[in-house]
Design a protein around this ligand. Sequence first.
Ligand code: KG4
Ligand code: ZN
Length: 370
Amino acid sequence: MQAPAPHVTITLLGIESSCDDTSAAVVRWSSDGGARVLSNVVAGQTELHAAYGGVVPEIAARAHAEKLDLVVETALAQADLPLRALDGIAVTAGPGLIGGVLSGVMCAKGLAIGAGLPLIGVNHLAGHALTPRLTDGLAFPYLMLLVSGGHCQFLLVEAADRFHRLGGTIDDAPGEAFDKTARLLALPQPGGPHVERVAAEGDAKRFKFPRPLLDRPGCDMSFSGLKTALLRARNACMTDQNGLRQQDRADLCAGFQAAVSDVLVEKSRRAIALYMERDPAEPTLAVAGGVAANGVIRVGLDALCRESGVRFTAPPLALCTDNAAMIAWAGIERARLGQFDDMTLTARPRWPLDTLQASMLGSGKKGAKA
Ligand code: KG4
Ligand code: ZN
C-alpha cells in the first residue's frame, strides 16, 4: 500500500495598491481541500480624492506609502501569524497607477528580503479573474466578465497563467460612466450605487439612450457615447423646464442603467457563444468588479445564463472589488505552478493578461487600461 501524499499548505501575504485601495491579506491554501481567507484589510482613499472628481495619482501613491506598513501589520495580526510563518509575499506588480504599484512592490521586496521569503509578482487583473476559484472552486475553463471603475473585459480563463481576452471596452469602463452620470446629476461619488438607487424610481423608457457597438459583431464595448447622450438629455430637460425635477433625474438614471445593462448582457451572450465552442465541462460565467454589485445588471446576466444553460456566479462584494486576498490567492496559484520572482521584479503601469492580443487603448480615471 502506498503512503498517503503528504499534506501541503501554502500561506501567502498579499499586497494590493494599484489604484485607490491600500490592502493586505493572508490566504491559506491546503492540499486537502480549499482555501481560507485568514484576513483581508482594506484602507480606502475615497475622501482624499473626493474634491477632485477622480483619483489623483500623486495623492494615491503618497497615501499607499503611508498606509502599507499599517495594513500589513493589521492583516498579520488578524490572521494571528508572524511574518516567519508565511510561505511568501505576493504583490500586485501592475497594471495600475505606477506610483501606487511601485509603493506596493517596494514594500513587498523589503518584507521578502527581511524575512527571507519568496516574492511573487501578480497581475491585478489575474487577481480579479482567479477569485472565483478561491470562493467557488471553479474549474477551468470559465468565462469572466470584469466590470469596474477601471476595467471592462471578457476573459476566457483557461489556466492560472493562461487568459484569452474575448473583448473589452474601447474607451471608458462602465463604472466610470456611472460615476460621470452621478456627477452630471449632482449625486455623490462613487456614483454607481446612487445612480442605481435613484433609477429604482424612474422610467427606463422615457429617454432613448444608444446601445453602443451592438450593431457590430464581437465582444468589444463602448461607454463614452452614453455619457454624452446623458449630458444632452439632461441639458434638454433643463432648458425645456428651466431646471431638473426629481422625476427627470430618476428617469435619466433608469434609462442610462438600462442601456449599460443591455450592452453588457448582449455582449455577454456573444462571449458565452464563443466560450461554449470550447465545450467546457462545467459552463460558468463569473463576474467581478464594483459594477457587478448592480442589481439590474446582475438580474440581466442571471437571466441570460439560465437561458444559455450556464452557471452564473459572483464572488461576495468584498472580494469582487479591489482587495489583497485576490492577490494572495493569485500568488498561491502561481506558487503551485512553481512560478516565483526575484528582486528584479518591476512595477508595470500596463500589463495585458492576454499577451497574444493587441492591447486596448486608452487610460481612464483609475489609470492605464490593460
Ligand atoms: O471594483 P471597484 O471597487 O474599483 C475599481 O474600479 O477598481 O469598482 C468601483 C466602481 C465605481 O465606478 C462605482 O461607481 C461602481 O464600481 N459601482 C457600481 C455599483 N457599485 C459600485 N456601479 C453600478 N451599480 C452599483 N451598484
Ligand atoms: Zn481592480
